[in-house]
Design a protein around this ligand. Structure first.
Ligand SMILES: Nc1ncnc2c1ncn2[C@@H]1O[C@H](COP(=O)(O)OP(=O)(O)OP(=O)(O)O)[C@@H](O)[C@H]1O
Ligand SMILES: [Mg+2]
Length: 304
């Protein structure tokens, strides 16, 4: 693995790979790697020839009162983890490298970015799409891998790639969970013991909602209320939103149909966490996609 910090060096490495007929796979991250990140690296390693991972805590996707300064970092641990996953190029640019003085261009995806997390994090997705568009331009990947923990981000990036005719396949990868169901997130490090325990109510409410759908519930308002009531009982947890939307357009739906996304965000202790389940109906049977557990814990959704 080589670690590079300049755009020119990454371009040169990716150009050379493509010239040799090798396909480039790309995983954009903000570092502090956990199993979720590593699962994306493994997917890239399995599919692509040159695996490029970017580690960049992108300031433009943080709001003025968010946790940019406190965002967890572990360059040594991250370097070792990327190496262990067989990453070829670790790209760690500075803020000045990515945003030189004079930059005036932003990529904005309309509509999809105003709902869900966009409502409580104004400007967040403009920061995401702008940096991801730049990274795509620098790396030139055939495939780019994103986790379904960030379901709205995935929908927004897909929309951007389609609308801008970007020659990259956007690959969505399973949401990885702790054995008790908590979605892995770098921000989980903000949770103290009590908050960490309380946070399990988020995935727990989505498991309950999924079971209700499997038993026949199709009414979005009822499923939403079930989640609100479940989480509402928990100390230390304040729901930001619960929304039931089409997974691609993020438009609200009244009935759960195929590819319905049930997504929530909540403040738990000092952290703002997100979680979701996508429910599809292959052959009419509801199939909740809650992701995968890091180890077997017996938390399984009964099938219809
Ligand atoms: N639990 C997870 N399962 C699968 N993919 C994940 C998971 N957590 C993060 N990812 C993916 O890793 C990529 C990089 O995300 P990022 O570096 O922001 O990590 P993060 O854990 O989401 O951190 P934070 O919660 O602080 O934003 C994204 O595509 C994201 O969806
Ligand atoms: Mg994230």
């Amino acid at each position: 693995m080589i670690t590079l910090t300049t755009i020119a060096d990454v371009r040169a490495a990716c150009d050379a790979a493509r010239a040799a007929g090798r396909r480039v796979g790309f995983v954009p991250t903000m570092g502090f790697f956990h199993e979720g990140h590593r699962s994306l690296m493994r997917a890239a390693r399995a599919n692509d020839d040159l695996v490029v991972v970017s580690l960049f805590v992108n300031p433009t996707q943080f709001g003025p009162n968010e946790d940019l300064a406190a965002y967890p970092r572990d360059l040594e641990g991250d370097t070792a983890a990327a190496q262990a996953e067989g990453v070829d190029v670790l790209f760690m640019p500075t803020v000045a490298e990515m945003y030189p003085a004079g930059a005036r261009t932003t990529v904005h995806v309309d509509g999809l970015t105003e709902r869900l997390c966009g409502a409580s994090r104004p400007g967040h997705f403009d920061g995401v799409t702008t940096v991801v568009a730049k990274l795509f331009s620098i790396v030139g990947p055939s495939r780019a891998y994103f986790g379904r923990k960030d379901a709205q981000q995935l929908a927004v990036i897909r929309r951007m790639a389609t609308d801008l005719d970007l020659p990259v396949a956007v690959v969505g990868c399973p949401l990885v969970r702790e054995t008790d169901g908590l979605a892995l997130s770098s921000r989980n490090v903000y949770l103290d013991g009590e908050a960490r325990q309380a946070a399990t109510i988020l995935s727990g409410s989505l498991y309950l909602a999924s079971e209700a759908v499997v038993r026949g519930q199709r009414d979005a308002a009822a499923v939403r209320q079930l989640i609100v009531d479940t989480v509402g009982n928990a100390p230390q947890v304040r729901l930001d939103y619960v929304e039931i939307v089409d997974a691609a357009t993020l438009e609200p739906v009244d009935e759960l149909t195929t590819d319905t996304l049930v997504a929530l965000a909540a403040f738990v202790g000092k952290a703002r966490l997100i979680d979701n389940v996508t429910i599809s109906f292959p052959a009419g049977v509801p199939t909740p996609d809650l992701g995968v557990l890091t180890a077997s814990s017996g938390m399984q959704i009964e099938s219809a």
